[in-house]
Ligand binder design. Sequence first.
Ligand code: ASP
Length: 308
Amino acid sequence: MAYSRHLLGIEGLNPVSVTSLLDLAASYVLLNRSGKTQRDALRGRTLVNLFFEDSTRTRTSFELAGKRLGADVINMSVATSSVTKGETLLDTAATLNAMNCDLLVVRHNRSGAPALLAQKVDAAVINAGDGTHEHPTQALLDALTIRRHKGRISGLIVAICGDVAHSRVARSNILLLTMMGNFVRLVGPPTLIPAGIEGLGVTVFHDMAAGLSGADIVMALRLQKERMSAGLVPSAREFFNFYGLDRAKLSHAAPDALVMHPGPMNRGVEIDSDIADDPVRSVIREQVEMGVAVRMAVLESLAKGNNR
Ligand code: ASP
């Protein structure tokens, strides 16, 4: 497979490597549903989850993925507040090298931290979300979810809505979905859409009715208050009125449009519970299931390429 030693972002993948990762992940969906495991794939390998930022689904998803493939999994949580970034990262890298870890899953609130670690450790590094930069396994699991429902991952109109500016999920999805030949629209207030983002091949809308018109996929993003300086959004209530995904706004999308959200959701802010829990339109829970399968595929592909 055309695949580098690390997975630092969707940047660095190509349509062939994305497709083969999705194909491998699809086989793991079937395996997981059958209740079987494949504990030989990563037997004897050590996977370290190094999370400098809180996470529920991503960390547990990588943990489960590693265990289902037979790896020894170690979770290291580091409180962001106690971290002096540069020093700690380099110290951590030295420690991990001494432990002979094979796969290192990193989440950090600074963009570029996983790339820095990748230069210093012997392990294959997987970016599990860095600042506002990338979250590649989220985009891959979103792509797998879309492909399962639409039968393809090209030629679709995908509306990504809300807080694009602070979202690494949006960035990885933009890169993956445009690379695979989809029509990506970003819908949100001017304060939450980075200037010049059209350069990535997307179309920007500030009105939900126009942005969602005929969309095959509607992806709501979490309003990331923890990354926001004051004043970008007047109030959660006003944001919901204009940009919260509810049934009235969704009616502008294609009749069979899928609703997605990377989680965690702010119900009543970027998405209405009525839509989030709609068993026909919402695939939000399935995204979580696809996450485990995609992470199994990524771990196995990198471990195979990691011939130390
Ligand atoms: N869980 C995703 C992330 O870590 C999305 C979010 O936090 O809103 O980027």
